[in-house]
Write a protein that binds this ligand. Structure first.
Ligand SMILES: NC(=O)c1ccc[n+]([C@@H]2O[C@H](COP(=O)([O-])OP(=O)(O)OC[C@H]3O[C@@H](n4cnc5c(N)ncnc54)[C@H](O)[C@@H]3O)[C@@H](O)[C@H]2O)c1
Length: 248
């Protein structure tokens, strides 16, 4: 299937590692022009260099609204912003009773406020183009209020991402902009490697009907489809990519 993505300009936050990197590579394979945005400057530059083909990087903390506004203005000055993938995120584990009260602030500042900063900063350009694809990386923890590692705060930020995705789809449809979310279950990335013991991994595996953990391409395949014109009548949804875990 030709996805017709050649020369579309895509910005990927969190593109320096994990799912963001995988999505950036998959979009590059469809001949998009890529910007890798990440607070880890070295990682962003490394991914951009390894993709090649004019891929650019920008070191930015998405929690900093003013820095995001400046970065997106500088990028827009060089051309279009067709696709925005919001993959930058931080995890929070542990039980609410044991966590400091500012844990909500720390996590929501990236997962929620950071995402909102990027969307708001992309909108003037997307509206002017009357075209845009926004893809937010949520999590199945949005549907369960966290999960087995007690990540209630994380789940609450991701539930808000799903709500924001629906609301923005309604607001932005008339502007030619679609807004969708992907809700992965646990994926083999740096974020989850640090978190899970072998025992915890095996326990999770028993609950996945398809019998394996997700791999980054499970997520990036869907992101590329959502970014394409083949998905032009799809907006406001959050698609679980979870091997069926939500059915158990
Ligand atoms: N890995 C999983 O199992 C899983 C499951 C569900 C959802 N997710 C979500 O997918 C997204 C990517 O997760 P991942 O596993 O690839 O994580 P990761 O830690 O491997 O990569 C995240 C990237 O985001 C960057 N980042 C973090 N905070 C940032 C900030 N404030 N500004 C700019 N960049 C920032 C990091 O530097 C890193 O390069 C996150 O939103 C995460 O919540 C991951």
């Amino acid at each position: 299937m030709d996805l017709n993505l050649k020369d579309r300009v895509a910005l990927v936050t969190g593109g320096g590692a994990g799912l963001g990197e995988a999505i950036a590579r998959s979009l590059a394979a469809e001949n998009c022009k890529l910007w890798i945005l990440d607070r880890n400057a070295g990682a962003a530059a490394g991914v951009a260099a390894s993709i090649g083909n004019g891929t650019k990087s920008y070191a930015i903390d998405i929690g900093d609204a003013a820095a995001v506004t400046d970065a997106f203005a500088a990028i827009a000055a060089q051309g279009r912003i067709d696709i925005l993938v919001n993959a930058a995120g931080v995890l929070s584990t542990g039980f609410v009773a044991d966590l400091p009260v500012n844990e909500w602030q720390r996590v929501s500042q990236v997962n929620l406020a950071g995402m909102l900063h990027c969307i708001k900063a992309a909108l003037p350009t997307m509206k002017q183009q009357h075209y845009g694809r926004i893809i937010n990386i949520a999590s199945i923890s949005a549907a369960r209020g966290g999960g087995s590692v007690g990540n209630t705060i994380y789940g609450a930020t991701k539930a808000a991402v799903v709500a924001m995705t629906m609301g923005l789809a309604r607001e932005l449809g008339p502007e030619g902009i679609t807004v969708n979310a992907i809700s992965p279950a646990i994926v083999d990335t740096a974020m989850t490697h640090e978190l899970l013991s072998e025992d915890a991994r095996l326990k999770i595996l028993t609950r996945i009907p398809l019998g394996r953990m997700a791999i980054p391409s499970d997520i990036s395949n869907l992101a590329v489809f959502m970014a394409s014109d083949r998905a032009s009548f799809i907006t406001g949804i959050a698609v679980p990519v979870d091997g069926g875990i939500l059915t158990t």
